[in-house]
Design a protein around this ligand. Structure first.
Ligand SMILES: C[S@@+](CC[C@H](N)C(=O)[O-])C[C@H]1O[C@@H](n2cnc3c(N)ncnc32)[C@H](O)[C@@H]1O
Length: 199
């Protein structure tokens, strides 16, 4: 059996650290582009003792329906990242997994993220670093996908400077990992995360 990054991650260590360093009676956490709710399900389970109000936003109704089946007590909303239905400075922590490359207006997405984030809060953008992985198995089987991805993924230097220019203190980490995988082992994982979006 293989463990993907998402499966291996039981809890978000940055959220844990934020909570340890910022004692509050209540926290507000948004999973931006939450998809089928994989991240929320894990965090809600791990942080269940704490008073955290959970939020999930996604553009796709099908994704949100799946997420709704998975977790309770989350305020889900169908919306576009470029125009989020939240008042300014709402969230202590915004997670954003494997979605940033989908945003057609990334600049406006960042403006909105900055607007709804509390001062001193954390925006955690997590994605694959495609520029470092031209030999990824996906590109092996679908070579044209690499060239399409080059158009929609920002280089890490651009991500750094765009976040920085909005007044965020940026910590950029690139983790490298090489492994042998069997494509069939990835299928159920891919079905859960990607396929509903394609329907
Ligand atoms: C690959 S999925 C990742 C889902 C989830 N974060 C995860 O890690 O499983 C990308 C998600 O981004 C969402 N998305 C794409 N464009 C969006 C936009 N403009 N505003 C909000 N969500 C968007 C899609 O609907 C989809 O659920």
């Amino acid at each position: 059996m293989i463990k993907t990054n998402t499966e291996a991650m039981r809890f978000d260590y940055d959220l844990k650290e934020y909570i340890e360093n910022n004692s509050k009676s209540e926290y507000h956490v948004l999973d931006l582009s939450c998809g089928t709710g994989l991240f929320l399900a894990k965090q809600i389970n791990y942080f269940e003792e704490l008073n955290i109000k959970w939020y999930g936003l996604d553009l796709s109704e099908q994704m949100l329906n799946k997420a709704n089946e998975k977790v309770q007590n989350v305020k889900f909303v169908k919306a576009d990242v470029v125009d989020m239905p939240y008042v300014s400075e709402t969230f202590d922590f915004i997670s954003n997994n494997y979605a940033f490359h989908h945003y057609s207006d990334k600049g406006q997405a960042l403006n909105e993220i900055y607007r709804v984030l509390n001062k001193g809060g954390i925006y955690k953008l997590h994605n694959i670093a495609i520029h470092n992985m031209p030999k990824w198995w996906v590109y092996h089987y679908f070579p044209t996908a690499y060239f399409e991805d080059l158009k929609r993924y920002w280089q890490k230097e651009v991500i750094f400077s765009e976040l920085n220019s909005r007044g965020l203190e940026v910590i950029l980490k690139v983790e490298y990992r090489m492994e042998n995988i069997r494509v069939m082992d990835y299928l159920s994982y891919a079905e859960n995360r990607v396929f509903p979006y394609l329907l």
